[in-house]
Design a protein around this ligand. Structure first.
Ligand SMILES: C[S@@+](CC[C@H](N)C(=O)[O-])C[C@H]1O[C@@H](n2cnc3c(N)ncnc32)[C@H](O)[C@@H]1O
Ligand code: SF4
Length: 505
């Protein structure tokens, strides 16, 4: 157990996240600033003093607390200090202090453990957004490189990936104020549960008899918000139906879903991009593909995760490599504009050679987008208990696999265009969306950059409303449980309408 003691609770959360990067196996807790009860735990204590009006000293101590009966004394393990000048920092005092403390903690833990994670002290979900903010402030590449290296302690390979991604997406990012929004529809159902999956979803066979009601609630939610948005003169330009696995719906229900999206959205707005995350190939057939194309879907995902059959069997994926190939070719014949394929780095028993085979097979198919996820293993998940994925001997393997992916991505002429992090990812890596230039998924960028409203519908869907004057996001989450969603649909609608009146646009 490692206890983090920070001068403010909000810093404590981020510092704890940074400690987990060095100690993925340990439980990391956050202590209240004045709590002195540290009995026998390892404690990371951090803080700062303004030494002069413009110079700040940051410090971090690592020590083992003494026992409460005084039979063992506290023992200092490591100590770090650094100084920084405030006037050279244009991000505001709060950020200056937080970044200063995190940098100091990073140096302390890197020195103590001998490990130097490439991402440095940066722990946020959206590191590209940080680079976009620096570009907005007029910083050039050289200045951004220096900042990321000095303040966030990032290594060059990460800095270049972030800069490259930021530049590839920059021409597709919204101006902070416009009247365009995105719509997301959530279909949280799957045929079976993949062992590694970190997304909540219900098994379709258990929910099948509620599907008519689910679709009718979705339509009610959409009708009330879409109508109001139209009245306010707001435009919708991207629509994303995700899950779960939306195409696991029966043909009849899938057609119902497509029809209601058509009635509520496509008939009202000029949609530039319409994605359905089809996902598992075993949820698709010719008829479903044709239906989607006929209702205007422009982008789909067909996700192998791995092109090694043993791995698919091991993680309970429930489909074959041949099914991936077969459905991909059918989708191409039917004429989809854009096909994405997801793969995961670090699946159990896989090595760089497996990734080589997966990427070689994908290169033969030439999809328009490849999204490279890094396995995220939540503490205590079934998967974690079964496969001991954090076995220290596997450290660095996901990173090796990422290099194999990048080699094939370059051969395919694809470029990184969006990137995000999740908790508990192997080797402190990230998820990266790559695209053939011109085929980037706008919705993915809009969702990550948080410069517009995303209206989200269905059980567990979370809308994000952007307030440009304050440059902040407010979330309105629908309840996750299917029955609660069906039962409380009026409340879900009411909450959205209230937010619309308050000025979400
Ligand atoms: C919300 S899932 C839906 C996709 C679809 N149901 C499928 O399985 O093909 C989106 C993607 O997240 C990734 N994913 C899910 N669980 C993950 C985990 N624990 N670690 C890393 N990536 C994960 C997979 O690549 C998956 O394709
Ligand atoms: S099909 Fe997709 S969403 Fe469903 S359990 Fe598997 S990875 Fe998760």
């Amino acid at each position: 157990m490692i206890q983090v003691k920070a001068p403010q609770v909000s810093y404590g959360k981020e510092i704890a996240e940074l400690v987990r990067v060095f100690y993925p196996e340990e439980q990391v807790g956050e202590m209240l600033p004045l709590n002195e009860e540290v009995s026998e735990a390892i404690v990371l204590e951090t803080g700062y003093d303004m030494e002069t009006a413009d110079t700040c000293r940051f410090y971090a101590y690592l020590y083992r607390g003494g026992s409460s009966d005084c039979s063992s004394k506290p023992k200092r393990l490591a100590h770090q200090e650094s100084r920084r000048s405030y006037p050279n920092y244009d991000e505001g005092l709060n950020r200056f202090i937080k970044d200063g403390i995190k940098g100091c903690v990073f140096d302390l833990l890197a020195g103590y453990t001998g490990r130097h994670p490439r991402r440095g002290a940066q722990t946020g979900v959206r590191p590209v957004k940080l680079v976009q903010e620096l570009l907005d402030k007029g910083k050039d590449d050289a200045e951004i490189r220096i900042l990321l290296r000095d303040i966030y302690k990032m290594q060059d390979s990460k800095i270049e990936l972030l800069l490259e991604t930021a530049k590839n997406q920059r021409h597709l990012i919204d101006e902070p104020i416009n009247n365009k929004v995105s719509v997301y529809i959530h279909i949280p159902f799957c045929s079976t549960r993949c062992f590694y999956c970190s997304f909540p979803s219900d098994l379709i066979h258990r929910a099948a008899d509620k599907m008519d009601e689910y679709l009718s609630c979705l339509e009610r939610e959409l009708a009330s918000v879409m109508g109001e948005l139209k009245k306010q003169g707001t435009e919708v330009d991207t629509l994303y139906i995700g899950g779960g696995t939306p195409t696991v719906l029966s043909r009849g229900h899938l057609e119902e879903l497509l029809k209601l999206a058509d009635r509520q959205i496509l008939s009202r707005y000029n949609i530039l991009e319409y994605t359905i995350e089809a996902g598992r190939p075993d949820s698709l057939d010719n008829e479903k593909l044709k239906l989607m194309r006929d209702y205007g879907v422009s982008r789909i995902s067909i996700n192998p995760q791995s092109m090694n059959q043993e791995t698919l069997d091991l993680v309970g994926r429930g489909h074959t490599v041949e099914q991936v190939l077969d459905i991909y070719h059918k989708a191409r014949e039917i004429g989809f504009f854009c096909i994405n394929m997801d793969v995961i780095l670090g699946l159990p028993e896989e090595t760089a050679d497996h990734m080589e085979r997966t990427m070689e097979a994908l290169a033969g198919l030439k999809p328009d987008n490849i999204t490279v996820h890094t396995l995220a293993v939540k503490r205590a998940s079934v998967f974690r208990e079964s496969f001991k994925q954090y076995d220290p001997s596997r450290k660095g393997l996901a990173e090796e696999m990422a290099l194999v992916c990048r080699k094939w991505i370059d051969k395919l002429g694809m470029k990184p265009y969006y990137l995000y992090r999740q908790k508990y990812m192997l080797d402190h890596l990230e998820n990266v969306g790559y695209s053939v230039p011109g085929k980037e998924c706008l919705y993915n960028i809009q969702f990550m950059e948080e410069r517009r409203d995303i209206w989200a519908f269905g059980a567990g869907a979370a809308s994000k409303l952007y307030f440009p004057d304050e440059d902040r996001i407010e979330r309105i989450g629908n309840v996750k449980n299917l029955d609660s969603y069906l039962y409380r649909i009026d409340e879900m609608i009411e909450r959205k309408l209230k937010a619309l009146k308050k000025g979400g646009n």
